[in-house]
Design a binder for this molecule. Structure first.
Ligand code: F6R
Length: 242
């Protein structure tokens, strides 16, 4: 794992966008794996700047998102569909038919998850996967548990995640308790992985991911098995590393 230490959230966002922009320039029809949450917002703003000021085109890019809350329609204010639309897709020249986000209303999530993984394979796999990390060590919504799960599937969010994400909703009670998340097989199948972490709240998860045992109680620790992972993190997020 390559660790790039940066000053703060802004520098993290600039650096991450630089790496993603270079990927798209080198391969205009790249398949980008995208994340939601607070972490990538600045990166998406920088990518919009690349589009507006530097002529970077996303016309041939395909995207696949990591997850969606189960039960939320795409139009719901807190859905990840809406997040992606408002934070990135509405502001660049990506074709709507080339964007993929798990369907939070899938009536048969088991079959749906299998189809989502097949779709990723049919696209030739993910060229560059952008990840954030949960303060409990989750990646996508692969929560700490007794085993790593390969497949895209319906999961129960753990209490920690519900509390962390309550800030986006009116209250904790409004946070959905389930989500459809990409599984470890598709994430680890990405050719390159870029994971971002900012702030002291991520320090323990970052330490366990980088230095801990590869264990399903720290889902991000599985990234130690991937040969091309870059972590961009600020000092507070790196503060517990030995
Ligand atoms: C989002 C996702 C999650 C977040 C993680 C960190 O699509 O898959 O794993 O990356 O929960 O969230 P933030 O960035 O809000 O701290």
């Amino acid at each position: 794992m390559i660790i790039i230490k940066i000053q703060d959230y802004s520098e993290m966002s600039r650096k991450a966008a630089q790496i993603i922009a270079a990927q798209v320039k080198a391969k205009p029809d790249s398949v980008l794996g995208l994340a939601t949450g607070s972490t990538p917002v600045g990166t998406y703003q920088e990518l919009i700047r690349y589009y507006e000021e530097d002529g970077l085109s996303f016309h041939k890019v395909t995207t696949v998102n990591l997850d969606e809350y189960y039960g939320l329609a795409p139009s719901h204010e807190q859905s990840y569909h809406r997040f992606m639309q408002e934070t990135l897709f509405d502001h660049i020249d990506i074709l709507p038919e080339n964007t993929n986000i798990p369907d939070g209303l899938a009536s048969d999530p088991y079959s749906y998850g299998k189809e989502y993984d097949k779709l990723i394979v049919s696209l030739g796999g993910i060229d560059l996967q952008l990840l954030g990390i949960g303060s409990n060590g989750h990646i996508a919504f692969n929560e700490p548990g007794r085993f790593f799960s390969a497949q895209t599937r319906l999961v129960d969010l753990n209490q920690h995640t519900i509390e962390d994400n309550a800030r986006f909703f009116g209250s904790k009670d409004e946070v959905p308790h389930q989500a459809i998340t990409m599984g470890m097989k598709s994430i680890l199948g990405a050719k390159r992985i870029l994971i971002l972490a900012s702030g002291a709240g991520k320090a323990k998860a970052v330490k366990d991911m980088v230095e801990g045992q590869i264990a399903p109680m720290v889902p991000a620790s599985i990234l130690q098995l991937h040969s091309d992972v870059t972590l961009i993190a600020d000092q507070p997020a790196l503060s517990l590393l030995s």
